[in-house]
Design a protein around this ligand. Structure first.
Ligand SMILES: Nc1nc2c(c(=O)[nH]1)N[C@H]1C(S)=C(S)[C@@H](COP(=O)(O)O)O[C@H]1N2
Ligand SMILES: [Mo]
Length: 252
């Protein structure tokens, strides 16, 4: 069977199962094809599974909508963050010269990159919309190094299934699957709207996951961990968001 017709069959199966015999049947089907998100337990679990499985089958390679320069928001809104603390202040005073991005886990060559090194890697940019789950949004230009390039540089091992990313704010950590980690619009950004990424918007380094809601675009990134299993991180639900009642997969 061709790849496409197999995909159509599974997707149709998921849709039929969700209507006819309920979400649980859809979840069973998703499980057979390895499309279970890490927060699949609990009362919303079957719904989360259906969303994630269907999205991955239908839109794995789709691009987030890109906008023209004239559509950029005149006044982008920086969502307030909790106080950033002394360590961050020290970095800020030193113009972030000592900021590092550590990369560990299932990699051939664990590494730690300075911002200067990250800036020397291939640079990509896009004008996309960031949407908060609370309803507001803005359109901005983001520039940085594609996450896929960093993964290639450290030698991501073939069994890697997720990238966990952490902030200098310990409460903010997320993970994404390989469809998003290798996606061309997923960038470790250090620039916004043609200038340095402001602190309010996550500077000096922010993960920009363009196909998901704003909370997946974590600010002040310090560490990436490549893994085949999310169970040993936090409460085992994949990231901080499901621990707080939000979906791990936040496809927008
Ligand atoms: N480290 C960190 N990252 C974060 C947040 C935060 O409070 N701390 N807020 C998240 C939420 S809920 C949203 S909607 C976006 C907001 O992005 P903005 O400030 O560029 O509008 O950042 C996300 N990344
Ligand atoms: Mo948000």
């Amino acid at each position: 069977m061709s790849k496409l017709s197999r995909r159509t069959l599974i997707t149709t199966g998921l849709t039929v199962a969700s209507g006819a015999s309920g979400l649980v049947a859809a979840a069973k089907l998703a499980k057979r094809y390895g499309l279970i998100p890490p927060d699949s337990g609990g009362i919303y679990g079957p719904g989360e599974t259906l969303t994630y499985a269907a999205q991955r089958l239908l839109t794995r390679h789709s691009l987030a909508r890109e906008f023209s320069r004239s559509q950029m928001s005149a006044k982008p809104f920086a969502n307030e963050v909790a106080p950033l603390g002394d360590e961050f202040e020290r970095h800020k005073q030193g113009a972030f010269a000592d900021w590092r991005l550590a990369v560990d886990g299932l990699v051939a060559r664990p590494a730690s990159f300075s911002l200067t090194e990250l800036r020397s890697f291939p640079r990509c940019s896009h004008i996309t919309m960031i949407q908060c789950e609370e309803g507001w949004s803005y359109i901005a230009e983001w520039a940085g190094v594609p996450l896929s390039h960093v993964l290639e540089r450290v030698g991501a091992l073939p069994q890697v299934r997720y990238v966990v990313y952490r902030s200098i704010q310990p409460d903010w950590w997320e993970s994404i699957d390989m469809a998003d980690a290798l996606h061309p619009q997923t960038l470790l950004t250090y620039e916004m709207n043609g200038g340095e990424l402001p602190v309010g918007f996550g500077g000096p380094l922010r993960m920009r996951v363009s196909r998901q809601l704003g909370y997946k675009s974590v600010k002040y990134i310090t560490r990436l961990t490549l893994t085949d299993n999310l169970k040993r991180f936090g409460k085992g639900l994949g990231s901080a968001s499901p621990e707080g009642g939000y979906a791990w997969f936040a496809g927008a």
